[in-house]
Write a protein that binds this ligand. Structure first.
Ligand code: CAA
Length: 291
């Protein structure tokens, strides 16, 4: 089946980036959220990010306006039922995702492929709560979506080959590259990235280095574009902690024990850039380390 229309559930950081790249690649995009304000903000952010690409000569003004014309929004989840592909990019909580799938499934046409952008939750378990485990997959984009080249493709135990092939082709149409991961906790990227971030927090917790020295060491010593603590703030410390808990619970190995300092920051509501404070304080002109 040729995929032309795409429903995106959730207008947050990931949802708006996903809508951006699909619209740019010529797909019809329908974004759904429970909050009109979130939908309006997502559309204006996509406009701004496309404008940034125009000003850097990556795309023309015509391509930008074509992309914007491909985007529509709705508060009604049921309206996504007619889409060829649905990508759930809501809050990273299993109960929330399950409730969304339960509400959506009765409205879906039989051939719709259903996916989740989850960064760590079991695809097989999410799929088993729907009417179409064979047409269900993990479709994991990286942040910022318009810039990052990778999309992880995760098959659940029941996913059929035509579904996998269809998504593989969609990734190619987006001009991105896929990596295929088996459905085990946190897949590939976060299985490797999150323990590194968690270890950076332990390095801070144990006083081996300060926030600045840890980030400088990894940026300049290993050519990472961001230091691990800056990256943790960028991803969101609540998300980092949630993924460490998935690894810890799912693999039952103490090497995945979340650092108590990471838990403390989350308890304080210091979740990184999105709340103005995390390992850095973003409320002034330039970010200042908080330790
Ligand atoms: N939309 C469109 N373009 C964007 C953008 C956005 N939201 N954000 C940045 N860009 C573009 C800029 O326009 C710029 O383009 P050009 O190179 O064409 O000029 C380019 O990206 C670089 O941006 P900046 O110059 O503003 O900033 P930078 O050089 O400091 O790079 C960064 C910013 C791309 C975010 C870089 O720091 C980086 O790659 N950081 C690491 C990001 C990363 O690791 N992401 C994965 C996180 S893990 C994940 O997402 C999985 C998960 O489940 C948690």
């Amino acid at each position: 089946m040729a995929i032309q229309s795409v429903g995106v559930i959730g207008a947050g950081q990931m949802g708006n980036g996903i809508a951006h790249v699909f619209a740019l690649a010529g797909f019809d995009v329908l974004i759904n959220d429970i909050n009109q304000d979130a939908l309006d903000k997502a559309v204006s952010l996509i406009d701004r990010n496309l404008e940034r690409q125009v000003s850097r000569d990556k795309i023309s003004a015509r391509i930008k306006s074509d992309a914007m014309a491909h985007i529509k929004t709705t508060l009604k989840l049921s309206e996504l039922g007619q889409c060829d592909l649905v990508i759930e990019a809501a809050t990273e909580r299993e109960t929330v995702k399950q409730a969304i799938f339960e509400d959506l499934v009765p409205h879906l046409k039989p051939e719709t492929i259903l996916t989740s952008n989850t960064s760590s939750i079991s695809i097989t378990r999410l799929a088993s709560r729907t009417d179409r485990p064979e047409k269900f997959m993990g479709f994991h984009f990286m942040n910022p979506v318009p810039v990052m080249q990778l999309v992880e493709l995760i098959r659940g135990i029941a996913t059929d080959e035509p579904t996998y092939t269809a998504l593989h082709e969609v990734v190619e149409k987006l001009g991105k590259t896929s990596a295929t991961a088996e459905d085990f906790p946190a897949f590939i990227v976060n299985r490797i990235l999150m323990p590194m971030i968690n270890e950076a927090v332990y390095t801070l917790y144990e006083g081996v280095g300060s926030v600045s020295s840890i980030d400088s060491a990894m940026k300049l010593g290993t050519n990472h574009p961001m230091g691990p603590l800056e990256l943790a703030d960028f991803i969101g410390l609540d998300t980092c902690l949630a993924i460490m808990n998935v690894l810890h619970d799912g693999l039952a190995d103490t090497k995945y024990r979340p650092c108590p300092l990471l838990t403390k920051y989350v308890e304080a509501g210091w979740l990184g850039r999105k709340t103005g404070r995390g390992f850095y304080d973003y409320r002034g002109e330039t970010p200042v380390p908080t330790r």
